[in-house]
Design a protein around this ligand. Structure first.
Ligand code: ADP
Ligand code: ADP
Ligand code: ZN
Length: 214
């Protein structure tokens, strides 16, 4: 099953991707994670992406499209994948559609997670991520068992540099301008499933689990 998780920053895409991947045994493909790893290693890609990410702007389409095209060729994606944070623009969505069509495949479902902006700010300001495995926690909504330590791999938790109020506002603007229109695009493709992303993490998971079926 080839899935897309669509939603604003802080909607819970990473959190829910974890459960979907565990259920379906397919990998999570997060462009944010790939770009952050490249920044950490200071590769050419990482250096190129850095200024955009720090400012809360989108990394140019051609760069991100190239990353995803390469990643989806890897053998672990043969049985399906969960795209998290891609596509984010109309050009990215069209490029993905063409790439998949050229390989006689397609996106089976797009799960659009809806959360109001004020709640997104609260979620992102309190987000803590594992520096080793990327797992997301929240200081009040989803705290780790031991403060500062990842439940999954014991890595140390940190706050992302772009999870500051000013950058969060910019990322939300970018989402409303460039990414939100994809909801209509995928409605037109007859693959859109919209869900309420508020409530407990487990409640959101049940809504998604219902869509995925048995
Ligand atoms: P995204 O990948 O969409 O940016 P995350 O999965 O990283 O979002 O979630 C953003 C923050 O909100 C994290 O701190 C996470 O623990 C928290 N979070 C995710 N889902 C919920 C939820 N249903 N209720 C409360 N907090 C949540
Ligand atoms: P979140 O969902 O919490 O906003 P991500 O981890 O998905 O964050 O993305 C972090 C940053 O990486 C974005 O603000 C952007 O600069 C860059 N990025 C990630 N995915 C894309 C994409 N598909 N297109 C352009 N830039 C991207
Ligand atoms: Zn971890």
């Amino acid at each position: 099953m080839n899935l897309i998780l669509l939603g604003p920053p802080g909607a819970g895409k990473g959190t829910q991707a974890h459960w979907i991947c565990e259920k379906l045994g397919i990998p999570q493909v997060s462009t944010g994670d790939i770009l952050r790893a490249a920044r950490k290693d200071q590769t050419e890609l990482g250096k190129q992406a850095e200024t955009y990410m720090v400012a809360g702007k989108l990394v140019p389409d051609e760069v991100v499209i190239g990353i995803v095209q390469e990643r989806l060729k890897e053998t672990d994606c043969l049985e399906g994948y969960v795209l998290d944070g891609f596509p984010r623009t109309a050009n990215q969505a069209l490029a993905l559609k063409e790439t998949l069509a050229a390989n006689n495949t397609q996106i089976n479902a797009v799960i659009s997670i809806n959360v109001p902006d004020d709640l997104l700010v609260t979620r992102l300001c309190g987000r803590r991520v594992c520096s080793q495995c990327g797992a997301s926690f929240h200081i009040s909504f989803s705290p780790s068992k031991t403060e500062g330590v990842c439940d999954q791999c014991s890595g140390s938790l940190m706050q992302r540099k772009d999870d500051t109020e000013e950058t969060i506002r910019e990322r939300l603007n970018v989402y409303h301008e460039q990414t939100k229109p994809l909801i209509n695009f995928y409605k037109g493709e007859n693959v859109l499933q919209s869900i309420d992303g508020t409530g407990e993490i487990s409640d959101v998971w049940s809504r998604i689990n219902n869509i995925l079926g048995k």
